[in-house]
Design a protein around this ligand. Structure first.
Ligand code: CA2
Length: 150
């Protein structure tokens, strides 16, 4: 049987990882993060499709397409977390598990970062653990998918 596919989506400005704000987001790049996710996925026996977009509509299209192709979804919606009812609606229309990840602990940052629309449509939320949050999200999704299979 083919390995289940997990779609890993990254929102606006995350392509800048490793170039600015190392105190908040660390020194690793988006490519480093993709490598970590790919290595973790291989160990778990799942496959990943890792993407980043600066465009809300493109993220929504990818979420809609996941209905046909993915067994689970990880999303760091970045700034759209705090603004996008449209992203929340797209995620709520999925019937696969969704984990929202933030590199930083949004709850100890500015008040405008402390609410996420996306969290309303997420199975679980991980924040404040840097790149490890993505690794933990993959482990959690793989556990959920295994349980669903039984
Ligand atoms: O902590 C996170 O992962 C965030 O989703 C990151 C978003 C921020 O708007 C959220 O409130 C929390 C920002 C992503 C931008 O990342 C940059 C990385 C390096 C340099 C500049 C921006």
């Amino acid at each position: 049987m083919a390995a289940p596919l997990i779609l890993v989506l990254n929102g606006p400005n995350l392509n800048l990882l490793g170039t600015r704000e190392p105190a908040v987001y660390g020194t690793g790049t988006l490519d480093d993060l993709e490598t970590l996710c790919a290595e973790t996925a291989e160990g778990l026996g799942v496959s990943i499709d890792f993407r980043q977009s600066n465009h809300e509509g493109e993220l929504i299209t990818w979420i809609q397409e996941a209905r046909a192709s993915a067994a689970g979804l990880i999303i760091n919606p970045a700034g759209y977390s705090h603004t996008s009812i449209a992203l929340m609606d797209a995620l709520a229309a999925l019937d696969i598990p969704v984990i929202e990840v933030h590199l930083s602990n949004i709850h100890k940052r500015e008040p405008f970062r402390q609410h996420s629309y996306v969290s309303h449509a997420a199975t679980g939320v991980i924040c404040g653990l840097g790149f490890a949050g993505y690794r933990l999200a993959l482990i959690a999704l793989s556990d959920i998918l295994e349980e669903e299979d039984q």
